[in-house]
Design a protein around this ligand. Structure first.
Ligand code: SF4
Length: 500
């Protein structure tokens, strides 16, 4: 009998699992009910075995696809392998998760394999979808921090092409309808303050119904903060940016900010989590270390501990001195102080927080679709030896007005980063600029010819001077599959799914 069938028997049995420390040891009862005792022993032994060996068959299915992901394999063969593995993968996942969740996981995993293939071959026209979604719920901020598109100098000199806008529920729903089924994570922040959009909790909840990991970064300084809406939204992780312990130091960088409002809102969030009994969102205080605030780091750590946040992170800011020469990064090394080691366990409980609301129709539709039938051309102009930028294969970014950007860079008059518009209904991830941007790395000579023929499309990527690596940040992927559950993916499977 297969091991998972045995476990299903255990889960379905009348006796619950024995939790050490919760059940008092009673030798009399043990002898009075010898049969029940033996049954529990057997069950626990199988359970322990199962947890340490989640599912060799699932791992074998993943390995069979993974070994094909190589430049030598033709795209058509990859697509056939995905179609071939789909049912097997689903059936294996179905043993441990609900049917719809298993289908959702199946298409996310198969898309991930295809993304990896396009990345290693440096493809230009992708059949995969972005698995990392970044959206700006609000193209505005109440602060004016140096270096930001919202700084006073940026606005006065019109340095950036960043107009106002509020992301609507309808636009986000349409965007998620296309990309949500494949999304591993959704970040609700870029340049705007997400808490200014009163619908942000609804947007987060929608992303959770596609089983995406959700996070946002906020200055937490808004006047009206609805803590209950955020705790109930299903948000996994919240970065709270507070770069000081006193008002006079804090406002040197967080211009127009009021630190007491920030503390009040953090307190409200932590109290609400306790009241509702939820560990999410995990709250991480991020302290950007500058020369002007580094002497307050220890006081800020004390404050963070007393507020009850989960962790405190000292981070290195990027250089904002071109905007304000008086604001200089400190030489403090980055570090993290964890107050609640079990804080991340909340995300394990939060992978599928709204099972009754999972987006059945789009998930079923994408699951039913054949991968092979997506093929329009048998080859792509890739070059596996070329450098590239990882953002072009994994992320898609949308601002509050629906503009599509390839990464977190802000468009400027000479920096063409608007690769499409969500309202166009077009294939955004393969817009002309996206394809040209990938081609600029994969085949610079061909890029020049094609770009010249378009007249208008000149994606900044071809001349990008920012740091761009041909390397995927695998931590995000690892974190996702870990929180799905240790009884679903073994450490070996998690390592395989997150190794690029
Ligand atoms: S190459 Fe530069 S502009 Fe293009 S996606 Fe990468 S970081 Fe952004």
């Amino acid at each position: 009998m297969r091991l998972q069938n045995l476990l299903r028997g255990i889960v379905g049995s009348a006796s619950g699992p024995v939790i050490p420390g919760q059940v008092a040891f009673d030798p009399e009862a043990r002898y009075q009910d010898r049969a029940a005792y033996v049954k529990r022993k057997v069950e626990n032994r199988f359970k322990r075995y199962f947890l340490s060996h989640p599912d060799p068959e699932l791992h074998a299915i993943l390995a069979a696809i993974d070994e094909k992901i190589a430049p030598a394999t033709a795209l058509e063969d990859i697509l056939l392998a995905l179609d071939h593995g789909k049912e097997k993968l689903y059936k294996s996942l179905r043993i441990k998760t609900a049917p719809l969740a298993a289908k959702s996981l199946t298409i996310k995993i198969l898309n991930l394999f295809l993304s990896k293939y396009h990345f290693v071959t440096r493809g230009t026209n992708l059949l995969s979808s972005p698995y990392g979604i970044i959206v700006d719920p609000m193209n505005a901020c109440q602060l004016a921090c140096p270096g930001c598109v919202h700084s006073n100098r940026s606005k006065e000199l019109k340095l950036f092409d960043w107009g106002p806008g509020v992301l609507s529920e309808a636009m986000f729903a349409d965007f998620m309808r296309r990309y949500g089924p494949y999304a591993i994570e959704a970040e609700f922040c870029n340049y705007g303050e997400p808490l200014l959009n009163r619908n942000t909790p609804k947007l987060i909840r929608l992303a959770k119904t596609y089983l995406a990991r959700t996070m946002l970064s906020t200055n937490m300084g808004v006047k009206h903060f609805n803590a209950e809406a955020y705790v109930n939204s299903g948000l996994d992780y919240m970065t709270v940016a507070i770069d000081g312990a006193t008002q006079s130091v804090y406002e040197k960088f967080r211009r127009k900010g009021d630190i007491e409002t920030v503390f009040k809102n953090v307190r409200s969030l932590i109290d609400t989590k306790k009241k509702i009994g939820k560990r999410t969102p995990l709250v991480s205080w991020q302290f950007l270390a500058f020369e002007h605030n580094q002497h307050e780091i220890d006081d800020a750590i004390k404050m963070a501990r007393s507020l009850g946040v989960d962790q405190f992170v000292v981070a290195t800011p990027f250089d904002v001195s071109p905007d304000d020469p008086s604001i200089l990064a400190s030489k403090q090394p980055p570090r993290t102080v964890v107050f609640r080691p079990d804080g991340s366990r909340g995300m394990l409980e939060n992978w599928n927080p709204f099972p009754a609301e999972i987006q059945a129709e789009p998930i079923e539709q994408e699951f039913a679709a054949s991968w092979r039938e997506r093929l329009v051309a048998s080859s792509d102009a890739g070059n596996p030896d070329a450098h590239t930028c990882h953002y072009l294969y994994k992320n898609i970014v949308m601002d509050g007005t629906g503009r599509i950007l390839p990464c977190c860079g802000a468009p400027q008059p000479h920096v063409d980063l608007v690769f499409g518009n969500a309202q166009s209904g077009a294939d955004l991830f393969n817009s002309e600029k996206y394809r040209l941007a990938r081609l600029s790395f994969a085949n610079p000579t061909e890029y020049k010819v094609k770009q010249a023929s378009t007249l208008t499309a000149a994606p900044y990527c071809a001349n990008c001077e920012w740091s761009h690596k041909a390397q995927i940040d695998t931590e995000h992927l690892k974190n996702y599959f870990v929180v799905v559950g240790s009884d679903v993916f073994s450490p070996a499977s998690v390592a395989m799914l997150s190794s690029w």
